[in-house]
Design a protein around this ligand. Sequence first.
Ligand SMILES: *Cc1c(COP(=O)(O)O)cnc(C)c1O
Length: 377
Amino acid sequence: MTGDNDAPWLLTPGPLTTARETREAMLRDRGSRDDAFLEINARVCARLVALAGGEEASDDYVCVPVQGSGTFAVEAALGTLIPAAGGKVLVLVNGAYGARMAKICTLLGRDMEVLENAEHEPTDVAALAARLESDPAITHVAAVHCETTSGILNPIEDIARSVEKNGRRLLVDAMSSFGALPLDVKALPCEALMASSNKCLEGVPGLGFVITSKKSLAKAAGNAHSLCLDLQDQWRAMAETGQWRFTPPVHVIAALDTAIAAHAAEGGVAARGARYAENCRILVEGMRGLGFETLLPDVLQAPIIVTFHTPADPNFQFAAFYDHLRARGYVIYPGKLTQADSFRIGCIGQVGSEQMHDLTTAVASSLEDMDVTRCGT
Ligand SMILES: *Cc1c(COP(=O)(O)O)cnc(C)c1O
């Protein structure tokens, strides 16, 4: 564990606290068309495909990286893989990130429908099956694995099974789960997984990526609405030359290379997922011990970010609570995305049980300073 750069611990779902070695990988300039960088880039892409289970796929899965935050990769995947003519996507929504995919499809002029569940409920797979059976025009389904809005885990295997059974294609926003929860493109199966550098892989922000098949990309030529977000063209150029079309975030990719090596050294997806699950357990137990209530029951909670109801005590003001924790070295997530009156605390990044226990102490003393006595709703 680090805490070595005088920065507060970031209990946010990303960007998050990174390891010193990851940040140090950025202390060198690299030419974007120089072999030393191209080797790093190729290694990062290959390791991301392997992490998604695509290594030995007969279908030849590839990683197509995109400059920018995770949403850039989501928009690139939706715009490239769903044809404007003849395509129709059903977007599964139970939070802000599902709603964002629906908004992107609307802006891109894709034929789109939404299947919505409340933010504290997982996607209703029976309703999904019914929609697919009753509407043969639907070609694609877009789902969010862990909805970071609430921290809920959607039943992605059941969703994938239903989509496959009905002969449609699945696009998965795996942004906040990739690297910490098992995901396998072949086993699910899915046509594309979208994720980014700065969540469970513990890299720095600036890179999105899409794991998809060469077959899907070959069919997608000419679909994209945008030059920059054309995954097919990005992949074609990189496959032909090993190079990015336009300036890549070289420092971010070098840092991700180091972060992926650390991920493997920790024990891969299983070990990282186990550390986060323990962080989550300590966080929830500690907060419940102080009287806080979680939005979600434990069975629906992904070990990524936890939503707590705002205490009924009138002395509890979120802005002051945030500042008190910030002064004690912890940055929690300042934005509220849920409809419920709530706040969120992340449990991913280079943090462990020591920080999560210490956070509980920091919360307790902050409440004392604020004169908050009732943390329930
Ligand atoms: C973080 C996240 C994104 C992408 O957000 P950016 O701010 O663009 O990086 C998309 N979907 C989910 C579920 C996320 O958690």
